[in-house]
Design a protein around this ligand. Sequence first.
Ligand SMILES: *Cc1c(COP(=O)(O)O)cnc(C)c1O
Length: 407
Amino acid sequence: MFNVFDKEIVRDQARYYDSFYLYDERQIVARIEELKSHFPSVRFLYSVKCNPHAKVLRRVFAQGFGADAASAGEVRAALAAGLSGDDIYYSAPGKTEKDIESAIESSVLIADSIGEIERIQAIAARRNIVADIGVRINPSVSFDGGAGASSKFGIDEVEAITLAHTAHFPNIRLAGIHVHLRSQELNADVLSSYYENVLRLARRVQGSLAKPLAFVNMGSGMGIPYAADDKPLDIGKLGEAVQEAVSVFQNEFPSTQIIIETGRYVVGNAGVYATKVTDRKLSCGKSYVILANTLNGFIRPSLSCLVIDRSPDRHLRASEPLFTSESAFQFVALDVAGPIERVDLVGNLCTAADVVATDVLIPRLEVGDVVVMTNAGAYAAVLSPMQFSSHEPPVELVVTLEGEVEK
Ligand SMILES: *Cc1c(COP(=O)(O)O)cnc(C)c1O
C-alpha cells in the first residue's frame, strides 16, 4: 500500500487540474480495517486536524472511528460529518470561553489545565448541567520510559492525582483521562511500553476515584513509513501487546473504554499531491525544473529542505507535523521515460525558499509534465499557505470506494 497510487486516475485528473490532491478512500478503508482487526478491544478516534476534508471525515467515521478534535471548528466538522457529541473528544490547550461554550454540549471536553477546569465548571453551572469531562495529563514518565518533563500540554500527573482526590466541582464529572506525548513512532516495542505506562497511570488516577473512569485515551504515536527505507510499524506485534495489556486492565475495570487516537496512520500514505512543470532552465550549469503550487500547495517537502539546509550536523529532531525526516517524500515523474538527469525541483513563488528538492535524479521533465509527490494524505493541504501570492489553490479530490473521483 505504501507509495502506491492510481496512475490512471492521476493522468485523467491532470487533464482538468494543474495541481491537486488525491485521497483514496479504498486505501483509507483498507488501513482502518487492518488496524481494527489488530485492536478489537480498542476504540479509535480520528485526529481531524491531519486531514479534515469532509468526504474523508465521513468515510473514516463510517468505519466506526470517533473524533479527536483540536478546536471548536473541528468539533463542528465532526458533527457535520455525522458523529454525535459523545463520539467527539475535544482536546487542545488554551480553549477560550467561547470555545467551551460552543462545545460543552456537543463534545466531551478534555480540560488542559486547572484554570480550564474552573472555566468549564463556571459555564456548566450557568447552564445548570453536569458535564462529563476528561483531563489531559502530563505524565511523570516520558514516552521512552524516562522521567517526565515540563509541558505546555495537560496537568502534571502529581497535581492531577491530588485534584482527583480532593477537588469538588459540582457541575463536572471526571469521566476520563487523556495522554498524548508523541507522533510518528515506528518501533512497536517503544509504543507498546508507552501504552502500558498510560494504563499504569490510569490505575493510579483510578485509585483516587470512587467510580471507574469511563475512558482512558492513550493518545497517538503510530507512525507511517515516509522515506523509502523506513521500516513500517509492526502493527501485528503492537496489537498483540496492547490487546494483552488492555485485557488485564479491563479485567479490573470492565466498564472503562480504552481509546487510541490516530490521524496520519489511516490517511497519510493514502494521498498524493500532483502538480505540473511550468518551466525548466539551466543556470551556471545547474538544471532547474519549476513546478506550480509547491510551497504554497504542499508545504512539507519545502519545509523539509529548509530544515535540512539549516542543520549542518544533520542530527535533526523531528518537529511533527511540520517536519518528519530527510527524504520523507518521493517525487514521481508521471509517464515520463526520458533520460535520468540531476535537477533541483523548485516552485513558482517569488521567494528563493520555494525549493522542493535539490539534486534529485529524475527522468527529464518538460513543461506540462506531471510530478506526483507521495505521503500527502495527512498534514498536507491543511498546513500549506495557499493564500500566498494569490495563486489558484490546488483542488482536493477523493477516490470513492467505487473508484469514482469526487471533489
Ligand atoms: C495531532 C494529534 C494526534 C494525531 O497525531 P498523528 O501523528 O497524526 O496520529 C493525536 N492526538 C493528539 C492529541 C494530537 O494533538
